[in-house]
Design a protein. Structure first.
Ligand SMILES: N[C@@H](CCC(=O)N[C@@H](CSCc1ccc([N+](=O)[O-])cc1)C(=O)NCC(=O)O)C(=O)O
Length: 216
């Protein structure tokens, strides 16, 4: 029985692989684990059946062998713990890879999401223009530090790991991605990750869902 992910029936990201089923798909492709997807509508996500899996009424969820998980980072970590290829075997290197997962979602992502939300929800507010420079600066602070740490390395800490998968997932979000031109090593880092066959397969699969729904 394959693991089952939930994903948007019609994703607001219009097939750009920005919704958070993407990191779970990507991790499963990296370890070569086939999986199935249950597509849900926005309304279905808020119903008791889905909230029993994901208390906040969101996607993704992961179900396998009686285990139900939510939180894309937790799903990625679980996949990496059950299959070789995404976490180092050395205990210290493994701990550092997991630290980078937390850094991605807790340090790099918040200013990117805040900048995105302001753009999506506050454009008509009187304070919108005045807030933009500060919102952009907060994202740039994280990109600068990440760029300094990465330097000319291929991945953040040794071979490609869950730390890179989650960091690239965060950097692909529009409010970060549209600043990457100013950080060439980060832009190249994201491009390297997106060129990985596993990323390509995951991306193609989520795009096919969007295209099928759009053709609907
Ligand atoms: N922390 C949780 C967050 C999950 C989450 O935000 N899920 C979103 C979809 S991915 C977030 C997302 C949505 C859209 C875009 N986009 O670019 O259009 C990008 C990311 C969701 O279900 N939203 C519906 C709701 O909250 O009611 C995780 O990582 O799993």
């Amino acid at each position: 029985m394959n693991p089952i992910l939930t994903a948007f029936k019609t994703s607001p990201d219009r097939g750009r692989g920005l919704a958070r089923d993407m990191p779970a798909r990507w991790a499963l492709e990296e370890v070569g684990q086939p999986y199935d997807v249950r597509l849900v509508t926005f309304a279905e996500m808020k119903e008791p059946a889905h909230k029993a899996l994901q208390p906040f009424g969101q996607i993704p969820t992961y179900e396998a062998d009686g285990l139900v998980l939510f939180e894309s980072g937790a799903i990625v970590l679980h996949i990496a713990e059950r299959h070789p290829g995404l976490l180092p075997t050395d205990a210290d290197a493994r701990a550092r890879a997991i630290a980078w997962m937390f850094a991605a979602v807790s340090t790099v992502q918040p200013p990117i999401v805040e900048r995105e939300r302001a753009f999506l929800l506050e454009r008509d507010k009187p304070w919108f223009d005045a807030r933009q420079p500060a919102l952009e600066q907060e994202v740039r602070r994280r990109l600068e530090d990440l760029s300094d740490r990465l330097g000319d390395a291929e991945w953040l800490d040794g071979p490609f790991s869950v730390g890179d998968l989650m960091t690239v997932t965060v950097l692909r979000r529009p409010a970060g991605a549209n600043l990457l031109a100013d950080y060439p090593n980060l832009a190249a880092y994201v491009a390297r990750a997106e060129a990985r066959p596993a990323f390509q397969r995951a991306y193609a699969d989520q795009l096919a869902v969007f295209e099928a729904a759009s053709a609907g």
